[in-house]
Design a protein around this ligand. Structure first.
Ligand SMILES: *Cc1c(COP(=O)(O)O)cnc(C)c1O
Length: 340
């Protein structure tokens, strides 16, 4: 049943409150039971840990309608695991993985009429997050936390066709060496907003961040990992402790292997980017967004795949993962969670 109030064909990526969201509280050393609520408003103390010392971690995943009418989420167990790890790094009580999956199931099931139809190419974007709700003034972890999960319908990322983007090599860093770059925390985004706005005002789509210690290796953008393809069709992804382990990237590397491509995760120098045949960004939002050009302080590095379309190898990976998500290609064991 589709919601008559939504213009599915023209959905972008913007927050729109939907019927139900999941809320659970952590207090006195334990998690209370989670409930669904109609209320999109969070009420917390003025001195809550999230407001003072930024204790917050989050996730992002999508639920889809498949071609044959099922409702599925893509690898939510991986998000549960990653948020568990992120929480531990910020000294927060991790959300138990079964509670996380229960929240996904309940929110999707309670908002079925907010899931875009298969034909629209859209999805119900799910945003689980955990934050310090209890007051802290001396610097320490809070005693109280809240876990919430809401959804918002989003349109197809490539509504106007798949177009390669242009990146600029950033003079800012998104993560410190031995810092928090590898966890999904709002604080990493707060500090990358200035770099993002600067790149935009200079006419670029995104930043390419380099390794903060030596500024010679490629890390990632503000919210997506890199995949490169060599002339010999080997798939290469950068290796670094400050890169966020993208679930999309890990899934694509697995798919690449099962399609018979050679894969490699290794440090990638900025200097060698121009030697690759194709480049792309990967994340939940787009799956793969092709990169046509990288500008390093005025010096243009143009990928041979060009500015008109995604290269052939990344296209193959993209179509395979989309097919798995939408139920037209058989998924590896455990990748698809059906929600009734
Ligand atoms: C969320 C995120 C990604 C993409 O991860 P997916 O699990 O593929 O969505 C990449 N980089 C950063 C910094 C992120 O926060």
């Amino acid at each position: 049943m589709a919601n008559a109030k939504v213009d599915w064909a023209n959905l972008g990526f913007a927050y729109q409150p939907i019927s139900k969201r999941y809320v659970a509280n952590y207090k006195d050393g334990k998690w209370g039971s989670g409930v669904l609520t109609d209320d999109p408003t969070v009420r917390i103390n003025e001195c809550a840990g999230i407001l003072q010392y930024c204790q917050e971690v989050f996730e992002g995943l999508k639920a889809y309608k498949t071609k044959d009418g099922r409702i599925v989420a893509f690898r939510p167990d991986m998000n549960a695991e990653r948020m568990y790890d992120s929480a531990k790094r910020l000294e927060m009580p991790p959300v138990p993985k079964d509670m996380f999956l229960e929240a996904v199931d309940q929110v999707v099931a309670a908002n079925k009429d907010w899931i875009p139809p298969f034909e629209s190419g859209g999805a119900l974007y799910l945003r689980p997050y955990l934050f310090a709700s209890g007051p802290v003034i001396g610097v320490k972890p809070s005693d109280e936390y809240q876990f919430r999960l809401f959804g918002t319908p989003v349109g197809s990322y490539f509504k106007n066709g798949i177009k390669p983007i242009t990146l600029c090599v950033s003079d800012f860093d998104r993560a410190a060496p031995h810092g928090t770059g590898h966890i999904k925390a709002g604080l990493n985004y707060a500090m990358s907003l200035h770099a993002y706005m600067t790149a935009h005002s200079n006419g670029f789509d995104e930043n390419m961040f380099l390794d903060p210690a030596t500024r010679t290796y490629v890390e990632e953008t503000g919210g997506a990992n890199f995949l490169f393809v060599t002339e010999e069709h080997k798939i290469v992804t950068p290796k670094s402790d400050s890169i966020l382990p993208s679930i999309t990237r890990r899934s694509l590397m697995h798919i690449a292997e099962s399609l018979g491509y050679e894969t490699e995760q290794r440090p990638v120098r900025l200097r060698e980017v121009g030697d690759f045949a194709e480049a792309g960004l990967c994340g939940t939002a787009a799956v793969i967004c092709p990169v046509g050009k990288v500008v390093d302080h005025g010096k243009e590095i143009c990928l041979p795949s060009g500015m008109e379309k995604m290269g052939p190898v990344l296209t193959k990976l993209y179509e395979t993962l989309r097919g798995i998500q939408l139920g037209t290609i058989e998924a590896p064991e455990g990748w698809i969670r059906e929600i009734k």
